[in-house]
Design a protein around this ligand. Structure first.
Ligand code: AKG
Ligand code: FE2
Length: 212
């Protein structure tokens, strides 16, 4: 038996936390926590993203060059602000930090988006071994909106008909797996086009096995 199965269920832990709201759906475990980060913390991360961004990439390229048009920043794991945010995320979820990927920031200018996708790697996809041979697939996604673009930029979960609006410091967390451990296609989500302003988020993914 994997020791993973002996850990308390992250969804139960999240559901019991003050400030957490569960999005009602039998199809996936999705949670929202407003004001998880302060506006000052968000401003600090935005400055780091602006200072160090590169074009975002995708796995299992599907021929659509406009599939993910944003920019990505690999946040510095030694930076005290990044360390503090990671500590708070792992305290909220009780996920072990050793399972965490390096934290990233994403930036979307007007017209940029991340079309409908899932965060797990397709177990049958050509990139699975490349991305998952060491740490395994992604388990939980934690995402935090750092600002509110003037228009657009919501995150749409099509399978459950839910649209989440960006708000400063608002955290989203969802389980990419079903209770039996298989990947959950109902986690399909779309970072919709920013129509005015700029959008910034943090993404923190967790894996089945230790990252490093
Ligand atoms: O920006 C968003 O709303 C979604 C981002 C996302 O899905 C991702 O980075 O995997
Ligand atoms: Fe995603």
């Amino acid at each position: 038996m994997s020791t993973d199965l002996l850990r308390p269920d992250v969804a139960d832990i999240l559901a019991a936390k003050p400030g957490i709201q569960r999005v009602p759906s039998p199809k996936l475990s999705l949670f929202i926590h407003k004001d998880f980060l302060s506006p000052e913390e968000c401003t600090g991360v935005i400055a780091r993203i602006d200072a160090n961004r590169r074009p975002s990439t995708v796995s299992d390229y599907n021929g659509d060059d406009a599939f993910r048009t944003s920019e990505t920043c690999d946040l510095d794991g030694q930076d005290p602000l990044v360390i503090e945010i990671r500590r708070r995320i792992t305290a909220l979820t009780d996920l072990d930090p050793v399972y965490g990927e390096p934290m990233q920031g994403q930036r979307y200018a007007v017209g940029q988006e991340f079309k409908g996708h899932t965060d797990y790697f397709e177990p049958t996809g050509e990139d699975y071994t490349k991305y998952c041979s060491v740490a395994g697939n992604r388990t939980w996604t934690v995402m935090i909106y750092l600002n509110e673009p003037e228009a657009g930029g919501a995150t749409r979960f099509k399978a459950i008909d839910k649209i989440v609006q960006p708000e400063i410091g608002k955290l989203l967390a969802w389980n990419n797996r079903r209770p039996d451990g298989s990947v959950n296609p109902s986690t399909l989500h779309h970072g919709m086009k920013v129509r005015a302003g700029v959008k910034y988020v943090i993404t923190q993914w967790f894996r089945e096995r230790p990252w490093g």
